[in-house]
Design a protein around this ligand. Structure first.
Ligand code: ADP
Length: 467
């Protein structure tokens, strides 16, 4: 099932939280008002009882009210206080006096009920609404016990409570509608920048990768989101730029040998007279085709390495065995070029890494040393271990690298002018790949060179078993 939109979820959450808060607030307020009104009723009752007791005197051992009816306040007080009023003689439980309202309500109690409610508060439901009574014992000078019972109507209090509850029932749904509407608008305005980001990202194409989302400068979460997107765009832009550059360089590198092939074929077709001559052209073309295959192979390896899909192994690699193998393989090439190739290594020489990729890196460096060293020169390979590194040093007495070319030798398709001029075969991808491999082994590659005297390449790789 599809989840409802974020705006709807925020609104719903906001409304639920608001409803819960309103409910808790209202119930607490209701409880508070109820307690206060109850307390007020009891206080008023106590005041009435105390006031009345002041006016009660005993005549012939019977309590009688004595007050000055001329004074309006006293008269009003006594009238109010005696609306629900009766006195029992506790010696026999009989009524001594009773107010007309009490008589009308038929509220007289049998002695057992009086026992239960003595000196206490008693709430009674009557036809005239709820009443609260306060029972107080009195003793006449002759020792007869009486029970004074004064009541007050709880109806005004209950009515006030009902009005309060009704107000809550009206206000509740109204506040809920208000909360939902304001929640909806709040969520909408909070999500407006997010929608702007979504729109901008949707419009994104390869040609518009350079565009950036606007930053408000408040450094809030939305700004951080926009900054994150912009960072991602920048990385994407850089990666696409690199890809474009790689494709451009590839096209350029492939065009020259293809043009040479075409030129040779054209000349052979136009001017080729003998089978021998055609054979010679075909042989030269085969060489060129081999060069092309090697170039494509190298491009494939670089692309594979940079695809990010490769995971390099981290296993102990016997670098000594690897160097011996490579020296064996390359010795034929070296002696064909009249170059002395020597290998000196201190056992053990075990690096942590991926054997195939490390072999590739070492082959590139050794191949370069032989390639860029003229006949009669030498290539010396030395391997040794330090506390936590395996060091491989390759020295040659070759043509060297000019100082201005040295910072660029790890760039893709870069070739020093001196090597191009001497027509030495190469495409400028070997060191780029070697650096990629060394970097991905957390190693280091350093090249120092003296033009005309030779070059020294030093590879430092992590030793196996050292974390
Ligand atoms: P290439 O295929 O041209 O050898 P590399 O990436 O292996 O490509 O090397 C880049 C450039 O660095 C070479 O074209 C060359 O100019 C220079 N270079 C690398 N190694 C050596 C070396 N041992 N002696 C002289 N120049 C070197």
């Amino acid at each position: 099932m599809k989840r409802p939109g974020l705006r709807l979820r925020i609104t719903a959450l906001y409304t639920v939280i608001f409803a819960a808060s309103f409910g808790v607030f209202f119930l607490s307020a209701y409880h508070l008002v109820d307690t206060q009104l109850n307390q007020d009723a009891t206080n008023e009752l106590t005041d009435r009882v105390e006031g009345l007791r002041g006016y009660l005197q005993f005549e012939n051992d019977v309590p009688v009210l004595h007050y000055n009816a001329e004074i309006p306040e006293i008269s009003l007080f006594v009238r109010n206080a005696t609306r629900f009023y009766q006195i029992y003689d506790l010696s026999h439980g009989g009524l001594v006096t009773q107010s007309p309202d009490m008589r009308l309500l038929g509220l007289s109690f049998v002695p057992q009920e009086l026992e239960l409610s003595r000196n206490g508060i008693l709430d009674v439901n009557t036809d005239d609404g709820p009443l609260r009574f306060l029972n107080t014992r009195m003793k006449s000078p002759l020792g007869t016990e009486f029970l004074l019972q004064v009541g007050v109507s709880l109806k005004p209090m209950r009515d006030a409570l009902h009005r309060f509850a009704r107000l809550g029932l009206w206000l509740g749904p109204l506040a809920l509608v208000l909360a939902a509407t304001s929640g909806w608008f709040l969520a909408s305005s909070a999500l407006t920048p997010v929608r702007a980001i979504v729109r901008a990202v949707r419009k994104l194409e390869l040609s518009t990768l350079h565009q950036r989302l606007p930053i408000s400068g408040t450094d809030d979460e939305l700004d951080q989101l926009a900054v994150t997107f912009n960072d991602a765009f920048s990385r994407l832009d850089a990666a696409v730029g690199e890809m474009k550059q790689l494709m451009g360089s590839m096209a350029h590198e492939l065009r020259t040998p293809l043009a040479a092939l075409r030129g040779e074929a054209e000349i052979a077709l136009l001017h080729g007279t003998s089978i021998e001559e055609l054979k010679r052209v075909l042989a030269s073309q085969l060489e060129e085709i081999d060069r092309l295959s090697r170039l494509i192979g190298q491009i494939l390896t670089v692309t594979k390495a940079e695809s990010g899909l490769l995971s390099l192994e981290r296993k102990p690699v016997d670098v000594e065995a690897l160097l011996n193998d490579l020296a064996d393989t390359l010795s034929v090439l070296a002696s064909a070029r009249e170059i002395s190739l020597s290998l000196e290594s201190v056992s053990p020489l075990v690096a942590s890494g991926d054997e195939q990729w490390l072999k590739h890196a070492l082959l590139n460096v050794l191949d370069n040393a032989i390639k860029y060293t003229p006949a009669g020169g030498s290539v010396a390979v030395r391997g040794y271990q330090t506390a936590n590194q395996v060091v491989i040093e390759v020295r040659d007495t070759g043509i060297g690298i000019p100082a201005d070319a040295l910072p660029h030798i790890f760039e893709r398709f870069y070739r020093a002018e001196s090597s191009r001029a001497k027509d030495i075969e190469g495409v400028g991808l070997g060191l780029n790949l070697t650096k990629w491999i060394v970097d991905h082994h957390d190693g280091k590659i350093e090249v120092t060179s003296h033009p005309g005297a030779g070059t020294r390449v030093e590879l430092r790789l992590p030793r196996a078993g050292v974390s």
